[in-house]
Write a protein that binds this ligand. Structure first.
Ligand SMILES: [Fe+2]
Length: 302
């Protein structure tokens, strides 16, 4: 028994307002949460991003959901491995069980299940042998609204220890790896190929969070709006090998990244998925624009 959802992530940032502007253009809906700003996906009754002011941008915490037996099981595994209970990083975030991962990132596990998200109309495409759309396929421009938070990627200087912590304490499972470089982990109940990815680096840090949109068109429309508002391009559009999702990354106000994704591999909840060790050449993509030099740079390194 273990975590059943990645609920949200929280960032400490020097000023919330640039974050409100960026994530609003990205398509999230701002909401108040004490002195923090919560951001939600349209049609989903769940905070997805929390921003709170502090000296320097960094990950404030990751929040996972679990049921009561799951939380009890996590507590018991913490006791077995001498992992201590800590406290909330701010009064706004109190509740549930708090601990820290080997990099010192606060982790909050609370009795909350993943809230339902919007479904999308089927994406119909005319292909050779499958011509079935007899109306205009190119619609108007509109504000893209992601359906949900999918995953978070963190830099870590201790990849193996971090994988062991999220496997043995939180209860995630390994999806795939490029040994010594990156590891992808999923929820034991199944679902997305990864809710957490860990990338080896000299220092800990927050690399990106990723949000699902309805279609490749929405990835293009969303990225276009963010770029036209003056934000930096991260990388995209392309297709990853590991997880298979289409991706487009945009630079947030603090030089970390927000990603639009769609078409990610789904892992069954029956334990039948077998993690694969991939070659380093498959760590990034199958196709897309050349990888920018600063794509995997940890801008939190001082
Ligand atoms: Fe991603």
């Amino acid at each position: 028994m273990s975590a059943t959802a990645l609920l949200s992530y929280a960032l400490t940032v020097p000023d919330i307002e640039p974050g409100r502007r960026f994530y609003s253009i990205f398509g999230l809906i701002p909401a108040k949460c004490g002195n923090a700003l919560a951001l939600r996906c349209e049609g989903r009754d769940q905070d997805q991003v929390l921003l709170i002011e502090g000296a320097k941008k960094r990950l404030n915490h990751l929040r996972f959901g679990a049921d009561d037996p799951g939380i009890a099981a996590i507590r018991s595994r913490m006791r077995e491995r001498d992992v201590v209970e800590t406290g909330a990083t701010a009064p706004e975030f109190e509740g549930g069980l708090w601990l820290a991962d080997p990099d010192g990132n606060p982790v909050n596990i609370r009795n909350q299940s993943a809230q339902p998200w919007r479904s999308a109309p089927e994406f119909r495409i005319n292909q050779p042998g499958h011509y079935r759309r007899f109306e205009r396929g190119c619609g108007p421009r509109y504000q893209v609204r992601p359906t949900r938070l999918g995953h978070v990627l963190l830099f870590t200087p201790r990849l193996d220890e971090m994988v062991a912590f999220y496997r043995d304490i939180v209860g995630l499972r390994l999806s795939d790896t490029v040994p010594g470089i990156i590891a992808f982990m999923h929820l034991p109940c199944g679902g997305d190929h990864h809710v957490l990815a860990l990338l080896q680096d000299a220092q800990a840090g927050f690399h990106h969070a990723s949000f699902e949109v309805e279609s490749p068109d929405e990835m293009g429309l969303g990225a276009q709006a963010v770029l036209e508002a003056g934000y930096g391009n991260g990388w995209g559009m392309g297709r990853h090998v590991i997880g298979s999702n289409l991706f487009h990354y945009l630079r947030d106000p603090w030089m970390s990244l927000a990603e639009y994704f769609c078409d990610i591999d789904q892992i069954p909840g029956d334990g039948s998925w077998r993690a694969q060790a991939h070659e380093p050449r498959d760590a990034l993509y199958r196709w897309g624009p050349p990888v920018p030099d600063d794509f995997a740079r940890n801008f939190e390194v001082s």
